[in-house]
Each structure stands twice: as structure tokens, then as C-alpha cells.
Write a protein that binds this ligand. Structure first.
Ligand SMILES: N[C@@H](CCC(=O)N[C@@H](CSC=O)C(=O)NCC(=O)O)C(=O)O
Length: 280
């Protein structure tokens, strides 16, 4: 591992690290914010999964998350959104290939050689974090858009691994919207049965559950009706008695201005649950 960026803010360190990923078979970067409290003791971790076109830089530079991580004493880990490099399959489209890993394990050539983001986020990255930083082992997960989809799927499939889950503007049912149909078709093949294990709405309807879900959705979001379809998640949760709070916000769009406006609530939401779980 090599530290490639380092900044001091709110009494803690914002760092970017580069490492060789066995799962993705390429060099990867992740950002990590270590609040002041991490100098004294081990802290819980909140993973933030970003959306289409993002790297680890978007949330790190645009959301203001560090201020609230510092207040709450939570370490934030911000991974990249896909494998990277000249040797890694890519597409000129913004919604396929590098920057658009969709947090699945690809089964189809040429994508399956590197695009194993589900395993990377679930296994390899947490091991790396736990072996190199002062963390407790308790972790939660959140994300935005494609990253909201990733966070919901990872938590619903592994409720024992994540204390809590939340999302901004998530793609709740990638199997039934254009972004997901395109990506899943390439990464997972044409058999739609194989898509279902990466579809949050489907997972809930099949009986997967978590204690609670928090979602924020802007009503001026250009992707809301076509790609996000938040109500499908609300309806599935209602049908299956899964606790969810979906907060709709007038005038807010899909951008990091929206995320910056409500990121404090999400950090607090996770911090309360992570700290309660530490005393159990
Ligand atoms: N015009 C955008 C299209 C892509 C986009 O909106 N990306 C979002 C996530 S969308 C779902 O996963 C994003 O987070 N963009 C990065 C940012 O810093 O705003 C574009 O080309 O970026």
C-alpha cells in the first residue's frame, strides 16, 4: 500500500491510498478520513459507495462528509467505483466499464477478468482496512445512485456484516431500468434470473431484510422517474414489513449539492447505530 495524498482537516487526516487488488487484478485507490479520535482509539467505519463516473475523489472533495465524521468519531472509507487501468476492459459510455462497476461480480467476458466489485467491497477492502487502520470491526454502508444500489444490495445480502445502511437517490431496481439493463446485460449476461441477486427490490421481495433503511431522494432529480424509481423500494418494504424511511425533498437534484445538504443526517444515523452496536 502507498499513501498518495494526505490533507489535514477538522482535526483529522484525509488520505488517499493506492494498493494492488488481488480481487480486481489491478491497482486501485481508496480515500479514507481518519478523525482526530483515531489517534487515541479504534473507531467504527462507514463505507461510502459512489455513483456513475465517480472515483474516490467526488465524495471526498464535494460532500463535506469529513466535518460530521470528525464530530461523530467515525472513519469514512470511500472506494473507487470500478477496476482501473489500460489493461482493464472499458467502454466510451459513461454508464458502462470504468467508473461504472455496479458493485457486481461480472460473469461475462471481457468484463469478468477485473469487474468483481461486489467481492472487493465485501471482502478485500475491509480486510485491508482492518489490517492497516485503527478500526473496531463494526461497519456500516451507504451510497449514492449506483452506489446506493451497491450499498442496499451489500447490506441486504449480508445483514450480519453491516450495522446499518442508507442511500442518496439509489437505483433501487437495476433490473427494471435502462442503466441497470445495460450494465447487467454486459456484466452478467442475458439471463435475467442472474440479475435478481443484485436487485434490492427483488432481494426484499424474496425475504432479505435489514433492521432499517434510510433513503433521501430529491424531487428535482432528472433520473428519479426513469432510473431510480424510489417508490418500488417503498412498496417492496411495505409489502415485506421492512422498516424504511424515505425522505423526499422539493427542489433538490441528483448532484453533490443535494448530498452535501443531508450528509450530516446520514453520518449521524450510522454513528448512532455503530456506537450502540459497540456496547452490545
Ligand atoms: N452528467 C453526469 C452523468 C453521470 C452522473 O450524474 N453521475 C452521478 C452519479 S449517477 C448514478 O450513479 C455522479 O455522482 N456524478 C459525479 C459528480 O461529482 O456529480 C456526468 O457526466 O457526471
Amino acid at each position: 500500500m502507498e499513501k498518495v495524498e494526505s490533507y489535514y482537516l477538522y482535526g483529522g487526516w484525509q488520505e488517499v491510498w493506492s494498493h494492488s487488488s488481488e480481487t480486481l487484478d489491478c491497482s486501485m485507490k481508496f480515500a479514507i478520513y481518519l478523525p482526530e479520535q483515531a489517534k487515541e482509539k479504534k473507531l467504527p467505519v462507514l463505507y461510502y459507495l459512489s455513483g456513475l463516473t465517480c472515483t474516490e475523489q467526488n465524495v471526498m472533495t464535494k460532500s463535506g462528509i469529513q466535518r460530521y465524521a470528525s464530530e461523530q468519531g467515525v472513519i469514512i472509507v470511500m472506494p473507487d467505483t470500478s477496476p482501473r487501468g489500460e489493461q482493464v476492459a472499458d467502454s466510451p459510455d459513461y454508464d458502462l466499464g470504468q467508473g461504472a462497476g455496479f458493485y457486481v461480480n461480472a460473469t461475462q467476458s471481457p468484463w469478468n477478468k477485473h469487474y468483481q466489485m461486489y467481492h472487493y467491497i465485501l471482502n478485500e477492502l475491509p480486510h485491508l482496512i482492518e489490517n492497516n487502520f485503527p478500526v473496531t470491526g463494526k461497519k456500516s454502508i451507504m451510497g449514492h445512485s449506483m452506489g446506493g444500489h451497491g450499498a442496499l444490495v451489500l447490506a441486504l445480502k449480508n445483514p450480519e456484516k453491516y450495522v446499518s445502511v442508507s442511500a442518496f437517490s439509489p437505483i433501487v431496481s437495476p433490473s427494471s431500468v435502462a442503466w441497470g439493463e445495460k450494465a447487467f446485460g454486459h456484466y452478467l449476461g442475458e439471463n435475467k434470473q442472474d440479475w435478481k441477486k443484485y436487485d434490492a427490490v427483488n432481494l426484499i421481495l424474496e425475504g432479505n431484510s435489514v433492521e432499517h433503511i434510510l433513503v433521501d431522494q430529491g424531487l428535482a432529480d432528472n433520473f428519479y422517474q426513469s432510473q431510480l424509481k424510489t417508490e418500488l423500494l417503498e412498496n417492496a418494504c411495505k409489502q415485506m414489513n421492512v422498516n424504511i424511511d424515505v425522505r423526499y425533498h422539493q427542489n433538490y437534484d441528483h448532484s453533490y449539492y443535494f448530498i452535501a445538504s443531508f450528509i450530516e443526517d446520514h453520518v449521524r444515523y450510522h454513528s448512532e447505530r455503530l456506537n450502540a452496536s459497540l456496547s452490545q
